[in-house]
Design a protein around this ligand. Structure first.
Ligand SMILES: NC(=O)c1ccc[n+]([C@@H]2O[C@H](COP(=O)([O-])OP(=O)(O)OC[C@H]3O[C@@H](n4cnc5c(N)ncnc54)[C@H](OP(=O)(O)O)[C@@H]3O)[C@@H](O)[C@H]2O)c1
Length: 254
């Protein structure tokens, strides 16, 4: 009889996952995907109402989840909340944007976006990777970047700066942490319908631009991102680090 290869499991039973931005949009979708695969999911965000509603809805499904109210941009609070925990999986989906011209960007807006999208992502990564390294455990750290971490976009200069920075950071961390079997990757979505993008989708000229650029002919939905999160979190991606899964319906192929 021929020995057939064993397909890798995408089950996450026994794993503990941290998902930031889990109370809304892409982060909520990733939390659901990981919990459905068997992980215990620690759901982090600032606002407790949407966070608790998310965790209640998840546990009502029979999944294992808990709420962790946290402002990720407050590095002292983040480190205090996380430093004693070891997460096998981290999905960092907390993020913000500034749809506007470079001409109109104030230093305060610059600091607001960079402090969450890049600074918090950097130190969340080092905090969680340190815990994994010290525990001698492998891990998978996944940042939700953007197609705007691979191309430029109109009225997206500050956002592009934050996501291109994130892409570079992930590649270098992947090199540094490969010896500990700590994998670091990004997911780079196109425009997805979430509360973050509601103002964009309310502008007809922006919708026309988006529809022209996405070759599959529709905008993205949260469910389009969930499979990538599951793949990068699981052993199915055991050989994948320092890269980006672009989920853009063909936008960046043009
Ligand atoms: N939607 C898109 O089209 C799209 C495309 C590409 C990439 N992305 C990226 O995907 C990520 C998620 O976006 P989304 O569209 O899902 O946004 P969203 O629906 O607005 O959700 C953002 C989540 O992050 C949390 N959050 C915001 N600031 C936080 C902070 N300082 N500390 C902790 N949690 C915080 C929010 O909860 P609280 O406000 O209660 O804290 C919420 O749970 C972002 O990084 C975004 O750049 C989105």
């Amino acid at each position: 009889m021929t020995d057939l290869p064993t397909p890798p499991s995408q089950r996450l039973d026994g794993r503990i996952a941290l998902v930031t931005g889990a109370s809304s949009g892409i982060g909520q979708g990733c939390a659901v995907a990981l919990a459905d695969a068997g992980a215990h999911v620690v759901c982090a965000a600032r606002g407790t109402e949407r966070l608790n509603e998310t965790v209640e809805a998840m546990t009502a499904k029979g999944w294992s989840a808990e709420a962790l109210p946290l402002d990720l941009a407050d590095l002292d609070a983040m480190e205090a909340a996380l430093e004693r925990r070891v997460f096998d999986i981290v999905v960092n989906a907390a993020g913000t944007t500034f749809p506007g011209l470079a001409f109109d960007t104030s230093p305060e807006e610059f600091d607001r976006v960079i402090s969450l999208n890049l600074r918090a992502a950097y130190f969340l990564s080092t905090t969680c990777a340190t815990a994994l390294r010290d525990a001698g455990k492998p891990g998978s750290i996944i940042h939700i970047s953007s197609q705007m971490g691979h191309v430029g976009g109109r009225e997206r200069t500050l956002y592009c700066a934050s996501k291109w920075g994130l892409e570079g950071m992930v590649r270098a961390m992947a090199l540094e942490w490969a010896e500990y079997d700590i994998r670091v990757n990004t997911i780079a979505p196109t425009f997805i319908r979430t509360p973050l993008t509601a103002p964009t989708f309310a502008r007809p000229e922006q919708v026309a631009w988006i529809k022209d650029k996405i070759k599959l002919g529709r905008v993205g939905e949260v469910s389009d991102i969930m499979g990538a999160a599951l793949y990068l979190a699981s052993d199915a991606s055991a050989m994948v680090t320092g890269t980006s899964m672009i989920i853009d319906g063909g936008w960046t192929a043009d």
